[in-house]
Design a protein around this ligand. Structure first.
Ligand code: EPZ
Length: 417
């Protein structure tokens, strides 16, 4: 088992580039199955989740090749409609394959999805969409089986603006007969990016990025080439690390618009944030002011940045209340921060964070992907040498994070346990 050794107390300084977005490339990979040929995805981050998705597709007849950021996917060979259980259980995003396979092959069978332990994460809204489009869904012994000769366009209201359900339904509707309207759709930038790729394939989609998305089904889609948007969560993690360590960092290869809520919160806590076209500079203020945070669907403060800002606020002057409205179990990082001397009380969906002057180094574990990012920030900010284990969570969503942080002056290394 590998672990990270981090010597904290060094203010991060310099320039770092964000990679392509994990949460944009995973749905785009799934969408490539809607065509019968070779699609190319530029700026693909070489992450464990991307490798898992590619291995899943290899077992279903789809060949993939990755060279320096360019992923080629040949979906002509898709011959299997049952996704291999070991991969689906490992990664919830595998479920994004359901819409494309169902609409291209007329049937699909998958085990119930797995993924991070951040709550139950049901898939009822995905299934509601497929059923509304005429799919027959059978649930039994941990499997979902869906069939439909050809999906029909429908009007679908999402009880919650689920990112995955919006993506899955948008992909399935692209080849359905007739028009589909998704109401109360998620508005995340990754939805817009997926719609751009689908449009390049010949899909007819309007309104992506708003609450109402209209899709006019077509009879076939062609392979396409697409470059995914930069990873706003990775960039946000570096922004928080700069602020929490008292440093000054430029993050380039970002779309500043996607980070408005994160930039605003950092400014409220006393950091200076300046946007330049395609880059954001964060310089820590003399002290950290407390500020309340509530996670919301985009464009609100992202749940994927909740653990990271908690670390920053754990060293603020005063009390901050962080409310998590998206997932019911996304405070697993609190126990780890308490080991470092953080003063945090959980009250229902909120964490009451009383800032302390300085976190102390400790032996930490990454409890899930974004909590792992938060542990790194905490170790970088704390006095002393910390260790972080369970790195498999980090490898899912942060490309070359050690090298990137070391280039900013961090004392960070990976060792065998
Ligand atoms: C996507 O997950 C992201 N993952 C998550 O990022 C992100 O946290 C999440 O959106 C919210 O922004 C990818 O894009 C691969 P949801 P997803 O469906 O699609 C409930 C990361 O760290 N829900 O918007 O699974 C669900 O239980 C990951 O990169 C239903 O009730 O999120 C949750 O409480 C973590 N029924 C809420 O909606 C459904 O059918 C948000 O889920 C679907 C979801």
């Amino acid at each position: 088992m590998k672990k990270l050794i981090i010597e904290g107390g060094v203010p991060l300084k310099g320039i770092v580039s964000a990679s392509g977005a994990k949460n944009a490339v995973l749905p785009v990979i799934a969408a490539a199955l809607l065509s019968n040929g070779v699609s190319y995805i530029d700026d693909t981050p070489w992450l464990a989740d991307v490798r898992t998705m590619c291995r899943t597709l290899e077992q279903m007849g789809v060949r993939s090749d990755y060279q320096k950021g360019l992923l080629a996917l040949d979906s002509a060979g898709l011959c299997e409609t049952c996704a291999p259980e070991e991969f689906v259980r490992r990664m919830r995003a595998s479920f994004l394959l359901m819409g494309p396979i169902l609409s291209r092959m007329g049937q699909v069978k998958m085990s119930l999805p797995g993924g991070c332990a951040i709550g139950s994460r049901p898939i009822d809204l995905h299934l509601k969409g497929f059923e509304a489009m005429g799919a027959e869904i059978v649930l039994g012994n941990g499997y979902i089986d869906a069939r439909a000769k050809r999906l029909k366009g429908a009007r679908i209201y999402l009880d919650f603006p689920s990112v995955g359900a919006t993506e899955n339904i948008m992909m399935a509707a692209s080849l359905a007969e007739g028009n589909t309207i998704i109401e109360n759709a998620a508005e995340e930038p990754e939805i817009v990016d997926l719609a751009i790729f689908l449009g390049a394939m010949g899909a007819k989609i309007k309104g992506a990025g708003t609450k109402i998305i209209r899709i006019e089904g077509v009879t076939s889609l062609s392979p396409a080439r697409h470059s995914v948007i930069p990873d706003r969560v990775e960039a946000g993690t570096f922004m928080m690390a700069a602020a929490a360590t008292g440093g000054s960092v430029i993050i380039d290869n970002v779309i500043e618009e996607h980070l408005k809520s994160v930039s605003a919160k950092l400014q409220e806590t006393g950091s200076s944030v300046t946007e330049n076209y395609g880059s954001i500079k964060v310089t820590a203020g003399g002290h950290i002011s407390a500020s309340d945070v509530k996670t919301m669907p985009y464009p609100g403060f992202p749940t994927d940045m909740q653990a990271q800002i908690m670390v920053h606020l754990a060293q603020a002057d005063g009390c901050s209340v962080i409310t998590e409205t998206i997932f019911e179990n996304r405070f697993m990082h609190v126990g780890e921060l308490r080991k470092m001397g953080a003063d945090i009380k959980i009250e229902g969906h909120s964490a009451v964070v009383n800032g302390v002057p300085r976190l102390r180094a400790a032996k930490l574990r990454a409890t899930d992907l974004r909590a792992g990012g938060a542990m790194i920030i905490a170790a970088l900010a704390a006095e002393g040498v910390s260790e972080i284990t369970h790195l498999q969570h980090l490898e899912r969503g942060y490309e070359n994070i050690c090298q990137k942080l070391a280039s900013l002056g961090a004392s960070i290394k990976v060792v065998e346990e």
